[in-house]
Design a binder for this molecule. Structure first.
Ligand code: IPM
Ligand code: MG
Length: 356
């Protein structure tokens, strides 16, 4: 089969990690007889520099015409002073919206080979954890009305959700839970927020009518933030709003101690998704060769699995990464303190390629 993949490398380390993922995909294509065709587009700071806007129409059109999208990362201090509506992050939010990607899957788990990287107390880490955050991605306070009063000394951002927005995201969470341990925790702040009360009602209604086989519980977001460090093994699937998911997914990924390994998928109604590492553009190490390409390589694996239904090929990539880690190879970000034998990003990519 032939697949058209739009590449949006973005800024900072984005281009180097995306090109590593492309090499891995080519190797998998050769092995299994698929043709992956790649087209590159600009978004974020590089698009501001070239086109004067963070998300040019040609990027939207190219992504919409593709079978799936791989994104590196956007942003950097260079664009800190551009006007708000032109910030690189605006490009990222706009591409999610333009592609209708309303659900964001962010897995966080302790990799057995990297258990000692986990920042939790050893007795907590020893229990292990493997959780999936299902974050609503195109609604809530990120996209609500915002502004300032005339004087400029007061500002507001609004959180708003419709049952439809809550339901389509929650449906994905229940579907995913069915393929995992069958347990969803709905995270909100219904002791204070009206949107959270609607969230809770809607998620429960959906569970009662369509997913009675899935266990559902509720947790306030402040408590969830605490449980993530107290006993992350409690969680299987967390379903939550855009803002809460943004915060909790950073927390969960850092708890694993290996944010450079974590992939993510953004999905909508069609098979086309956008796949990107959870980490940012790390402008401080761009071009030094230090960037760990694994999260992007694993994002490519997620793309094969979720958008192209190529489970075996996805396994092939994930197994190759596991083998390399089990053999003890590390990039600098995941090397044990004092270990000076770490690999550069391109060397890590070569090790993975050799296992494919
Ligand atoms: C993320 C990022 C983005 C977000 C920023 C860059 C706009 O933090 O993908 O988690 O808040 O969604
Ligand atoms: Mg974030």
């Amino acid at each position: 089969m032939k697949y058209n993949i739009a590449l949006v490398p973005g800024d900072g380390i984005g281009p180097e990690i995306v090109s590593a993922a492309v090499e891995v995909l080519k190797a998998v294509g050769d092995k299994y007889g698929h043709e992956f065709v790649f087209n590159e587009y600009y978004a974020g700071g590089c698009a501001i520099d070239k086109f004067g806007e963070p998300l040019p129409q040609e990027t939207i059109d190219g992504c919409l015409a593709s079978d799936s999208v791989i994104l590196g990362a956007v942003g950097g201090p260079k664009w800190d002073d551009v006007p708000n509506h032109l910030r690189p992050e605006k490009g990222l939010l706009a591409i999610r919206k333009a592609l209708g990607l309303y659900t964001n899957l962010r897995p966080a788990k302790i990799q057995p080979a990297l258990a000692d990287a986990c920042v939790l107390r050893p007795d907590i880490a020893a229990k292990g954890f493997d959780l999936m955050i299902v974050r609503e991605l195109t609604g809530g306070i990120y996209f609500g009305e915002r502004g300032r009063n005339e004087k400029g000394d007061a500002a507001y951002d609004t959180e708003s959700y419709s049952t439809e927005e809550i339901e389509r995201n929650a449906r994905n969470a229940f579907e995913i839970a069915r393929k995992r341990k069958g347990h969803v925790t709905s995270v909100e702040k219904s002791n204070v927020l009206e949107t959270s009360r609607l969230w809770k009602e809607t998620v429960h209604h959906l569970q009662e009518t369509e997913y009675p086989d899935v266990k559902l519980d509720d947790m306030y977001v402040d408590n969830a933030a605490m449980q993530l460090v107290r006993d992350p093994s409690f969680f299987d699937v967390i379903v939550t709003s855009n803002m809460f998911g943004d915060i909790l997914s950073d927390e969960a990924s850092q708890v694993t101690g290996s944010i450079g390994l974590l992939a993510s998928a953004s999905l909508g109604d069609s098979k086309r998704g956008m796949y990107e590492p959870i980490h940012g553009s790390a402008p401080d190490i761009a071009g030094t060769g230090l960037a760990n390409p694994i999260a992007t390589i694993l994002s490519a694996a997620m793309m094969l699995r979720y958008s192209f239904d190529l489970g075996e090929e996805a396994d092939c990539i994930e197994n190759a990464v596991n083998k390399v880690l089990e053999a003890g190879w590390r990039t600098k970000d995941i090397a044990a303190p004092g270990d000076e034998n770490w690999l550069k990003g391109s060397e890590m990519k070569d090790k993975i390629l050799a296992e494919i």
